[in-house]
Design a protein around this ligand. Structure first.
Ligand code: SF4
Length: 270
């Protein structure tokens, strides 16, 4: 079976230790197993914009990206294509691919399939979106997000327990991401607490760039960006925890055009 890909190329919008100076060799897969009502990439995730590629072609895309001197191969929204991706990584490695593989996921993965990536994926970049399954069902239309995502993140930490960063570029390890939703600070606080309790030396990436997109206007409480009060409350809250590293953006960096690309046009990060 083929895979469907919306875009691939150099991408500079990830954490600095992933994007580096040469960019991350990013492949945006079409479709998603979550249905986030605020998805900024909804044209890809819900409308399935993209083109079909064979597994062999996907392996060749990885090789082609490596030839552009990117720091890694960054597989975005990979969960529903995990079988094809595994085969493509094996083929690409047999053809000489040697830069790190990044599995950039919402963490709502099939844990048995995730186990088959052991030894193939160098860096896991999971979200931990919700500590409250009621909110997960309301905003992303899925059940048991908390338990499934946590068991998958523990498997990722089991596969890559040590963060290796050389010359400011990540080579191995796990970065856990969380997007702060307006009017849902208790969810964020509980997520931070849970993430912090998983292992010492966790790297956390707090995403503050929320902008209401797609069907967010159906939910009045999330139909605006984060405000200063909310941002400061979370920054104060987080100061009581020890993390190996915390990535976050200043609130004023949330330029709409930068973070909300229109995927029907030329990709803006290229
Ligand atoms: S998990 Fe990410 S890509 Fe998928 S619907 Fe949610 S926000 Fe969009």
């Amino acid at each position: 079976m083929n895979v469907k890909i919306a875009w691939f190329g150099k991408h500079f919008g990830e954490e600095p230790i992933i994007s580096g100076i040469n960019g991350s060799g990013t492949i945006f897969f079409s479709g998603c197993n979550l249905h986030c009502q605020f998805c900024q990439n909804w044209q890809i995730s819900q409308d399935w914009i993209g083109k079909d590629y064979t597994i062999e072609e996907l392996a060749d895309i990885m090789i082609e990206l490596e030839s552009q001197k990117v720091h890694n191969i960054n597989l975005v929204t990979p969960s529903i294509w995990i079988d094809q991706i595994r085969e493509a990584i094996i083929r690409a490695k047999s053809k000489g691919l040697h830069i790190p593989i990044v599995y950039n996921t919402n963490a709502y993965d099939n844990i048995e399939k995730l186990k088959t990536l052991n030894g193939l994926v160098d860096i896991y970049l999971p979200d931990f979106k919700y500590s409250d399954n009621f909110i997960a069902e309301k905003y992303s239309q899925i059940k048991n997000y908390k338990e499934i995502a946590l068991s998958c993140i523990l498997e990722m930490l089991n596969q890559q327990p040590r963060n290796i960063i050389e010359d400011n570029i990540m080579k191995q390890g796990v970065i856990i991401r969380h997007l702060i939703l307006p009017n849902n600070l208790n969810n964020t606080k509980e997520c931070i607490k849970i993430i912090n309790s998983l292992l010492p030396n966790i790297i956390l990436s707090l995403m503050t760039q929320y902008n209401p997109m797609y069907k967010a206007s159906n939910f009045p409480e999330i139909s605006r960006p984060l405000n200063d009060l909310e941002y400061n409350e979370i920054m104060n809250y987080i100061s009581q925890f020890n993390f190996a590293e915390i990535f976050y953006q200043p609130l004023e960096a949330n330029a709409k055009d930068t973070f909300n690309p229109d995927f029907t046009k030329e990709f803006p990060f290229a």
